[in-house]
Design a protein around this ligand. Structure first.
Ligand code: PLP
Length: 461
């Protein structure tokens, strides 16, 4: 399986190239040349999450690694989960369940994708006898998951920019208490967008790198993260009903990575009824699905900070694959003018998604109410991101058939202020989070408005 860019000018790439490169050279996103097809009967015979991963992952990695090599990587990929099956499905009632994806070391679903990325980064670096810098900005959970996933690999140094903003104290502490000589949490006094600009500049400039050193992107446009997420959709559907009936998945989303993984699983043969695209008041995706209006607005801060975005990077993959039938010229043309010109598709093309996608935008008030209602009615405690997806199900209930699974993307203990405001008293805090609370914070304060971050990386490289 080879990969190509959604914009048509970076093609025939191997898995390893796509992994180490992140974004395509022409500014597009990498896509597999075709959708590999699963054998559902074979999947039904598999017992564990790792078994499913051993079946799915090699479909995308064969251009670079043998099956045996990949299986060996996967034996050691996912670690420090507090649930021995990695994920857990909790039934709310006969037709509604919650898929808990937050039992990993950083208590958010991002551990699934980033631990897979880190395992393959490390394999590649060791095979090639090279080193790498991980450089990224985070609005919440990406930074901690990337740091945790890479911290034991000596060939990788992580420099993560933490903006001023409304991430929770625990989210910040997860990055500043790691205390490893290859981890550099940088408090950058600016907004997330300011930090993102520095990262973009760094990927262009690269002068702080040593000879033949890699600069690695850990944001959700990296295809390897999507692969990790495809695995849990198959495993969840297998556990829920052995693929006997198509399910609905309600996904709390920002950058559309998690939704795209669900779509990818369905393209590979997973029975699927509807995907619910659940967003907070940063509603670019909802405006598109509802009104064919994909236009960039200012970011507003919400109680679900990991979904506070102005554009949804991974959405380009859906535009390309579903709406434009993989016409890279058309895709390139749309994105060359975006965001100056917003994206609006021809009406008949835009309608293509209606059979598969529903969407809803949930504001903070409704999110609080939803957290409360679930707690009072069923004793179930959810974090604000999960509540956005849960409330979208309530709002769209009339349009849903079959059983529905809500994706729980973060553990509620990560957001104590939101819980308190909703009047919910949480007693069980995961061990991985407890450990973080009392540790000393170590971080580096640097300005995102001059060269100091690049100087810092050079000095510590
Ligand atoms: C990152 C994140 C999301 C959004 O994920 P996307 O892949 O961007 O859709 C949702 N919830 C939590 C808790 C997250 O950390």
């Amino acid at each position: 399986m080879l990969f190509h860019s959604t914009r048509g000018n970076d093609n025939n790439k191997t898995f390893e190239e796509v992994l180490m490169q992140g974004l395509a050279d022409d500014g597009g996103l990498f896509m597999p040349d075709s959708w590999p097809q699963v054998d559902l009967d074979h999947l039904k015979s598999l017992k564990s999450f790792i078994d499913v991963a051993k079946y799915i992952v090699p479909m995308y990695t064969d251009s670079s690694f043998s099956k045996d090599e990949v299986h060996e990587v996967l034996e050691n990929t996912w670690h420090d989960f507090e649930e021995k099956d990695y994920l857990k499905i909790v039934d709310i009632n006969k037709s509604l369940s919650v898929l808990e994806l937050f039992h990993g070391p950083t208590a958010a679903f991002k551990d699934f994708g980033l631990q897979l990325a880190a395992a393959f980064f490390n394999k590649t670096l060791v095979d090639q006898n090279k080193t790498a810098i991980v450089f990224g900005a985070t609005s919440g959970d990406t930074g901690s998951a990337a740091i945790d996933a890479c911290k034991e690999f000596r060939a990788i140094k992580s420099f993560i920019l933490i903006p001023d903003g409304n991430m929770s104290e625990i989210q910040r502490k997860q990055m500043t208490t790691v205390d490893k000589s290859n981890v550099f949490p940088i408090l950058a006094s600016g907004t997330f967008d300011d930090c993102q600009d520095v990262v973009k500049k760094g990927f262009k400039d690269r002068s702080f790198l040593k000879d033949s050193q890699y600069l690695l992107a850990v944001n959700s446009i990296n295809w390897v993260r999507i692969i990790g997420q495809i695995c849990y959709y198959f495993y969840a559907a297998l556990k829920a009903n052995e693929f006997s009936k198509p399910l609905n998945f309600s996904v709390p989303t920002g950058n559309f990575g998690n939704v795209f993984a669900c779509y990818a699983a369905s393209k590979m043969g997973m029975p699927l009824s509807k995907i619910i695209v659940a967003v907070n008041s940063n509603d670019i995706l909802h405006r598109f699905f509802k009104d064919n209006d994909y236009s960039k607005n200012k970011v507003s801060e919400t109680i679900s900070p990991s979904m506070d975005i102005s554009v949804a990077s991974n959405f380009e993959r859906l535009i390309y694959d579903l709406y434009l039938d993989r016409d890279s010229d058309k895709c390139s043309n749309l994105y060359s003018k975006f965001p100056t010109e917003s994206i609006r598709l021809d009406e008949d093309i835009w309608k293509k998604s209606a059979s598969l996608f529903l969407s809803y935008s949930i504001d903070d008030n409704s999110t609080f109410k939803c957290m409360k209602t679930y707690f009072e009615n069923s004793g179930y405690i959810m974090d604000p991101h999960t509540a956005v997806a849960a409330d979208a199900v309530t709002k769209l209930n009339d349009r849903l058939e079959n059983n529905t699974i809500i994706l729980a993307t973060a553990h509620p203990a990560k957001f104590p202020n939101a819980l308190e405001k909703a009047g919910i008293n949480l007693t069980n805090v995961p061990k991985n989070l407890q450990k973080v609370l009392n540790k000393k914070e170590i971080s580096f304060k640097l300005s995102p408005f001059d060269n100091s971050i690049f100087e810092f990386i050079k000095d510590n490289n």
